[in-house]
Design a protein around this ligand. Structure first.
Ligand code: AKG
Ligand code: FE2
Length: 210
């Protein structure tokens, strides 16, 4: 699938249903570079993920256990990823007039037993995170390794989708609309989670900060 076919398909499915899951979507070479990088980053580049400002540490531990490392332009793999996600942003803006403005993303490492309970990535009205993108960097993932992503309909209940975190699978969904969770991993699980944001700056506040 060429990248323009892929971006067309993502735009179409986001328009139709608000989410899409595509296997083997991430370009192979990019996926390999990211998979290699996430495994070679020193441990001290990763930190315990948070869940917003108020929550204390114990609260966070009950909700999510992964460790994250924000991705920037300082490595070739990071650069290539940001270029690719920028291409996706432009394609979605062109096709859907979403007005996506900025993008932030991090590697995530779930060790054995780590999980992320049901949550939304953005809250309605705050208009910060509009679109979530997740991709997986696990070449040898098996059904026994757990760590599935479950995506629920807006009112929760029965999952709409169960996604295995297999190498190259790409998940995109509207951040305000779909509660989701990561079931406990039974092996090291590597992924990238990212968010496109719109520009909600006004006279008194620049947001996202430049
Ligand atoms: O890794 C995944 O499958 C999803 C992660 C997630 O929901 C998040 O980081 O907000
Ligand atoms: Fe999430």
């Amino acid at each position: 699938m060429s990248s323009s076919e892929l971006f067309d398909r993502i735009a179409h499915e986001i328009y139709q249903q608000g989410y899409c899951v595509i296997r083997q979507a991430l370009p192979e070479k990019l996926g390999m570079a990211l998979a290699r990088e996430v495994r070679t980053l020193p441990d001290d580049r990763f930190s315990r993920a948070g869940i917003g400002r108020q929550a204390d540490y114990q609260n966070v531990e009950a909700i999510r256990r992964d460790e994250i490392c924000w991705i920037d332009n300082s490595t070739p793999a990071g650069q290539e990823w940001l270029l690719w996600t920028d291409g996706l942003k432009q394609a979605l803006n062109r096709r859907l007039f979403l007005g996506l403005f900025s993008f932030e993303s991090h590697y995530a490492h779930y060790r054995e037993g780590d999980f992320y309970k049901v949550h939304l990535d953005a809250f309605r009205g705050q208009q910060n995170r509009v679109l979530t993108v997740v991709t997986y960097l696990n070449p040898d993932w098996t059904d026994n390794d757990g760590g599935e992503l479950l995506i629920y309909p807006e009112k929760s209940g029965v999952p709409l989708l169960t996604v295995q975190p297999e190498f190259g699978t790409l998940v995109v969904f509207l951040s305000e609309e779909f509660p989701h969770e990561v079931l406990p991993a039974r092996a090291d699980r590597y992924s990238i989670a990212g968010w496109y944001r719109i520009n909600t700056s006004d006279r008194n506040r620049v947001d996202p900060e430049l």
